[in-house]
Design a protein around this ligand. Structure first.
Ligand code: 8Y4
Length: 277
């Protein structure tokens, strides 16, 4: 299976590691936007040196309680990091729901749009379709909105409902002329899901492959790993690597992670043992 993106046709016969680059203002630094841009660029270089196959760059925090930047602010944050990442020779993904950011990023030549809101914001799908470039796209399931999604997540059958949502978004994109090969699907771990929902979904993750598209998953450092292990967010390296391997064992082709070096090492052991390609 392949993932077609603007510049790269990504071979998904081996697991791909997507490294996370957050460009949100550091409240402890008084260096302003320049310092943020420099540290985001250094982070791109580091993740690449650690073996990242794809870089995912985002400027809007989806943490509950975080304030939403304007679209122009979000673009100002991510633009320098995107420009830098685009020189590094690997596919570059922009993590955004903003039509303005999608449009500008695709004009710049970004390879992938990773939208936790699955292009449901007014104008977002149009921005992708009217860009005139065949970018890749990741469609993710979320129940509710980031500010409130963890208040009372509820499902009759989480795997069935996530699958139905992703199938519907796939249909909508196809109807707009987005080729299947450009699309990957994501169960959206932690987005409007209890720990039990997340674990249920992980156990049944392979069912989502019946939709015919590859799976991208993000479990790295997430709160459900904290609940399972009792570890705070800065001590979740081992839980995160274990979760990434579990997701690959359950059919995921792309893992979105903070800790690229450790994840790449773990996957190398599986590859050496012939458990994955
Ligand atoms: C520490 C730091 C603990 C950050 C948790 C987090 C996904 C995603 C996010 C995902 C895709 C996050 C942008 C949440 N999660 N995109 N984005 N899939 N496709 N939280 O699972 O990393 S942000």
């Amino acid at each position: 299976m392949f993932w077609s993106t603007t510049r790269f046709r990504i071979d998904l016969s081996r697991p791909q590691v997507m490294g996370i680059v957050n460009v949100t203002p550091d409240s402890f630094s008084d260096g302003g936007q320049h310092a943020d841009a420099v540290s985001a660029q250094a982070h791109c270089d580091q993740l690449l040196a650690e073996g990242a196959d794809i870089l995912d760059i985002g400027g809007e925090s989806t943490r509950p309680g975080s304030s939403t930047p304007s679209e122009a602010q979000e673009w100002a944050r991510v633009e320098p990091a995107l420009r830098h990442a685009l020189t590094l020779g690997v596919p570059v993904s922009v993590d955004t729901s903003s039509p303005l950011v999608i449009r500008n990023a695709l004009d710049l030549g970004v390879d992938i749009v990773n939208d936790v809101r699955s292009l449901q914001r007014p104008g977002a799908l149009e921005a992708l379709v009217q860009s005139g470039v065949a970018a890749g796209v990741c469609l993710m399931h979320m129940q509710g909105e980031p500010a409130t999604m963890q208040v009372a997540p509820a499902y009759d059958d989480v795997a069935a409902e996530v699958g139905a949502f992703l199938a519907e978004r796939l249909t909508v994109l196809r109807a707009q002329g987005v080729a299947d090969e450009r699309i990957v699907l994501d169960p959206g771990y932690g987005f409007g899901k209890t720990v039990a929902h997340n674990l249920d979904l992980l156990r049944r993750q392979r069912e989502l492959l019946a939709l015919g598209r590859p799976l991208l998953v993000g479990l790295s450092r997430k709160s459900c790993l904290g609940t399972v292990t009792g570890r705070p967010v800065n001590q979740r390296l081992v839980p995160s690597v274990a979760a990434a391997l579990a997701a690959v064992a359950q059919g995921a082709q792309v893992v979105r992670v903070h800790d690229v070096a450790a994840t790449v090492d773990a996957l190398k052991v599986w590859q050496a043992a012939g458990l994955v390609r």
